[in-house]
Design a protein. Sequence first.
Length: 286
Amino acid sequence: MIVALLAFSVAAGVVVSVSLPADRTLFSVPLRGSASHLLAEIEDRYGARVQEAWVDTLTPSNRLAEADVLADGSPIIRVVRSFSKQTPASLEETLVHELFHLRLIADGFPALDLSIDYGSVVPDAHMRRVNEQVTRTIQVSLWDPILHFIFYPEMRGMGFDPSFVNTEEFLTRRRKNDLSGLETHTDQLQYYYNAALEFGDRAEAALLSQWYKERGWAASAEEGAAIARLVTSAHPTSPHDAVEVLARVVERVNTGKVNCDPARWQQVRRGRMPIQVAHITMRIRP
Ligand SMILES: [Zn+2]
């Protein structure tokens, strides 16, 4: 077997060399050089192979894949079964995307534990359901774009196009004039914020702006762009900076209605892997 020698930096800044097979595959997809190196780095840092799982669905249901860490500390990527119909190239891109998420976890980027404090009001079943929705939206629509903003430039440098899925979704939406999920000003500005952080400098960014103008949503576009600028101007690279800017984003999206307490950090262990959790409490202003 051909063995390549590779050097890279681990978190402590120590340069190590490891031997790895040059022809690694993941989900039966042969990984090109830079992706194969990333996989080797992840497996070295976790001290375990990346496990592969095909699943029927993920939450939220429009997710195609996710990265996670099992109780024993093993990294795992789950991919929805329907993805297997897609081309190997786009599956490779998705796998690389998830490998970057695994790297961020190893770098100390936290799992979020979000809760809402209503003060003296005791939340009823309806409020608890709203809570769940709000925290899921923050995770998917506000937090993930910050993480993507952090690693997409490097992914582009590896020859991948991480914006492809999102820009395709937008182009389909535009073609069908599909406005689902964009009913409110908040929905519209969150969608715009996501695009501003994830589209990079692709032509679709200008198309989106034009589309918003045609719909009479210029105010949502402006506000979404302003919120994205909170992230681009802070340019977070550390876990703490990323969580700090998320808090400002959450407050700005809910202008005047919510205050985020400073996050409480907790380290939990999964096997030998330390995993960070950031507990964030959002206080509803009276
Ligand atoms: Zn992602």
